[in-house]
Design a protein around this ligand. Structure first.
Ligand SMILES: [Zn+2]
Length: 124
């Protein structure tokens, strides 16, 4: 047992889930391991520019070619799960790093922040 070094990734992940996926509850080292370095502005802009949004017929959600936080470029999100009673649906996905609202469904198709560059990537 003593010679068995656990993989750091597993340890970080374990620790992270123990904190209910709240990234600000964990150490900076774990945070870095889970969500990586923050994307720089130039790279983020490039990634934002490359996003292709395809509108689908209601009630289908739009198809987006990429899924990330438009504010910081982070790939990881945390879902609230359904916050309403079935059959109502109210789900939000927030960026793990900056808590930006990345997608939302409120008795509606899922809307993605990336669909609304003209509104500063705000869903509502
Ligand atoms: Zn973010």
């Amino acid at each position: 047992m003593i010679n068995q070094k656990p993989k750091s990734m597993n340890l970080h992940a374990k620790f992270f889930y123990k904190h209910f996926g709240e990234i600000n509850e964990v150490s900076r080292k774990t945070k870095k391991n889970i969500i990586g370095k923050k994307m720089n502005k130039r790279k983020l802009k490039k990634r934002l520019d490359a996003v292709v949004v395809t509108r689908n017929k209601y009630p289908n959600s739009a198809t987006i070619s990429d899924y990330f936080c438009p504010r910081c470029g982070c790939d990881s999100t945390k879902s609230t799960g359904n916050m309403a009673e079935y059959p109502e649906l109210y789900v939000q996905d927030h960026c793990l790093r900056c808590r930006f609202l990345v997608s939302e469904a409120d008795n509606s198709p899922t809307y993605f922040a990336l669909e609304f560059p003209e509104h500063g990537y705000a869903i509502n």
